[in-house]
Structures are given as C-alpha cells and as structure tokens.
Design a protein around this ligand. Structure first.
Ligand SMILES: [Cu+2]
Length: 253
C-alpha cells in the first residue's frame, strides 16, 4: 500500500488553511469563516463611512463649518456596537477553546519529545512494552533528498522524515509533548494543533483524527540553526491497519 494517498502537504502559493482532518481543525475553519464574514461587513461599512465623509463634507460643499461638536447618543452607539460585535466573536471563540481542552478517555498516548533538531516519539500503552524493551520508540529526522536516487525524488522537500508517526483514525488520542533541550513547538496544521514543547514541562493535547491521510507539520518555535529542518509527518491509518502495524512492530502477530 502506498503511503502517498491523500497527501495533505502544503501547496505552492497556498493562501488558505489546510484541509481539516480533526474536529479541532473543523471548528477552527468554521470560526474562521464566521470571523471573515464579520470582518468583511465591518471593512465595507467603515470604508463607505470614510469615503462618504471625504466627498460630502469638503469645504467646497460646505462653506461654513457647523457648530456641531458633541453627541452623547453617537458616543453611546459607537461604543456599544463594537462591544456587541466583540461579544458575538467571543462566544464561538471560547466554545472552541474549551472544546479543545476537553479531556476524553484516550485509548492511546503518544509521547513527543523535541530535540535540537529532531523529534522523538514513544508509544508505550501496550502490556508487552512494560515486559520487555519492545516499546515503540523512534527518532524522526528530516530526510535529505539530495543524495537519493532519481526514483525516490518524489518525496516532499524539507517535509519528509526518515520514519513517519503512525496513528489510528477515529480513536481518542492523547499527545504528551515536552522537550529535551530548548523550546520547540509540535505543529500539524491539518489537525489544528500547535503546542509548545518546553523542557521540564509536560503539555497535553487531545487528538481525534477523522480521516486517513499523510499529514505534514514543522517545528514552530525558533530553536536554533536547524529549526527549519525538523519536520513532522503523521500517517493516519484505519484502526484495523494500525493494530496490524503494532502487532508486527512488537512481534506479537
Ligand atoms: Cu524549532
């Protein structure tokens, strides 16, 4: 099976957000549309007001200045209307924020550790992991394409890693993020996730991948000279295939 199906890599001159692959990202997209609508209405209204004032209140049209200097009603309106608009924005914003923090019963935990300049991952939720050293621990470095043969040049430049993180779809996942040296940030736009990896601190995230695919991300906290060269690749597999992968990895099957 090719792992290149439905690639969610960024495209050239991409200006819009990535296609959502998690509930969080779907929420972010809906909120983004909501904000964009409000923003467009406000920009059109303010621009109209500005041009109207410039064209109709020039000294050519109005020789004598009016004695109008103050209006209490106007003050009340232009204070309360923006306040109401902010209230209108805050409701879905807080809903989304608290929905992201919602702790569900995770079926799997992935430990993510940022290093200068690579990511290391660990899955140790399986009984056999405790009994032996057969746990799923691996290190993901960026793949340098320059030296590869022509047949393998189809990989994404600066986005591919030597190993891909394999996670099940339609499963509640918990991500535990930390760093070994300096600040990093584990970011995958398709999941709507971005969490700082701080040394000495453990950050927790919830993830529910809704569809199969290959998702790309990059470190998003400046962490040194090779900050731009520590990408993240996550493969979302159907649960049954994920189980098969685990069984083969742990030599249980
Ligand atoms: Cu970095």
């Amino acid at each position: 099976m090719s792992l290149f199906f439905n690639c969610d890599s960024p495209s050239i001159w991409q200006t819009y957000l990535s296609d959502p692959a998690s509930i969080t990202m779907e929420g972010i997209l809906i909120f983004n549309k909501h904000l964009f609508f409000l923003l467009t209405v406000i920009v059109i209204f303010v621009a109209w007001l500005l041009f109207y004032t410039i064209f109709y209140y020039t000294e050519y049209n109005n020789e004598y200045a009016t004695p109008f200097v103050h209006s209490k009603e106007l003050e009340i309106i232009w204070t309360s209307v923006p306040a109401l608009i902010l209230l209108l924005i805050s409701t879905p914003s807080f809903t989304l924020l608290y929905a992201m923090d919602e702790i569900s019963e995770p079926e799997l935990s992935l430990k993510i550790l940022g290093h200068q300049w690579f990511w290391s991952y660990e899955i140790s939720d399986f009984n056999s992991c405790q009994k032996s050293d057969q746990n799923l621990k691996y290190v993901c470095y960026m793949m340098v394409l320059d030296g590869l043969p022509a047949t393998k040049q189809g990989y994404f430049r600066l986005l591919e890693t030597n190993k891909r993180v394999i996670l099940p779809t339609n499963t509640h996942l918990r991500l535990l993020v930390s760093a070994a040296d300096v600040l990093h940030s584990w970011t995958v736009p398709s999941f709507g996730l971005k969490v700082d990896a701080c040394p000495g601190r453990l950050n927790q995230l919830n993830l529910f991948i809704k569809r199969v695919g290959v998702f790309f991300g990059q470190c998003s906290e400046i962490c040194g000279v090779n900050h731009g060269f520590m990408p993240i690749v996550v493969v979302g597999l159907p649960t049954i295939q994920f189980h098969h992968y685990i069984m083969t990895k742990l030599e249980l099957g």
